[in-house]
Design a binder for this molecule. Structure first.
Ligand code: URA
Length: 248
């Protein structure tokens, strides 16, 4: 996704980094004719190649480093690499993608019980910028509440004075919009631990269902739970624009 000049790289290193096979397996796969060159040039594991010239099983390779995946996270999956904790959102991706180096990681986290728009990337700089507290990317959540609103929540959330338990600084102003008595949307620009649930707890309510519908300019559109796609170039530009990335 990043606009960098295509460079040549050792074949075994390229395929290893994309998770296709170990560097040792390349020789076997070359002999079996699974790894080929678009111009039928002879290949060895240490041949320097361009990503776009290589085919694996006749197919072009997965995109090189710099991918951004937009996933509709289903309820019940956790944003962690530690599989002792339960079902991982990484289990929803092809195995090969989980062997990539650099690793694919989530941009921030959604709780196990929260669904919605989740970004994943192998671009460490983008990840850092999107999650940095200095960059206020707007995120919209749809919440179902246990009790009807009492009336002062909109003002409290907008005030920038709401303190959450155990925190030293108040929450930045957040925009609450009413759908009906127990359904709201909340736009926040931070990513504190369980922030939306804790904000409602701080005003005496309880979130019974939570869904993130947008992140910056990105929305889920028709992606169903468990589905994912790469973000498009234009989306990448606007997302990057949100945080001044690529333009600095
Ligand atoms: N706020 C929460 O409480 N949970 C999430 O998953 C995201 C924001």
């Amino acid at each position: 996704m990043k606009n960098s000049k295509p460079s040549k790289i050792r074949l075994d290193k390229l395929l290893g980094a994309l998770g296709y096979c170990s560097r040792k397996e390349v020789t076997v796969l070359l002999r079996a004719g699974i790894i080929t060159h678009t111009k039928n040039l002879p290949l060895k594991s240490d041949t320097k190649v361009s990503h776009e010239d290589i085919r694996f099983g006749g197919e072009p390779l997965d995109p090189p480093q710099g991918i951004v995946i937009l996933m509709h996270k289903p309820i019940g999956y956790i944003c962690s690499h530690d599989d002792s904790e339960g079902k991982l959102i990484y289990d929803l991706l092809p195995d090969r993608w989980n062997r990539r180096d650099p690793k694919i990681s989530t941009v921030g986290r959604l709780d196990k019980d929260t669904s919605g728009l989740l970004l994943l990337t192998d671009d460490g700089a983008l990840l850092h910028r999107l999650t940095s507290p200095r960059h206020h990317v707007a995120k919209v959540y749809e919440a179902t509440l246990e009790r009807p609103l009492r009336g002062d929540e909109m003002e409290i959330f907008a005030s920038g004075t709401l303190m959450l338990n155990g925190e030293k600084a108040p929450c930045l102003p957040a925009k609450l919009t009413l759908v009906d008595e127990t359904h709201v949307t909340l736009e926040i620009t931070e990513g504190r631990y369980h922030q939306v649930r804790r904000m409602f707890a701080a005003v005496g309510n309880h979130v019974v269902a939570l869904h993130r519908s947008s992140f910056g300019n990105l929305t889920l559109d028709d992606l169903k739970p468990r589905e994912y796609r790469f973000i498009k170039e234009a989306e990448y530009q606007t997302l990057s624009g949100d945080i001044g990335y690529l333009f600095t």
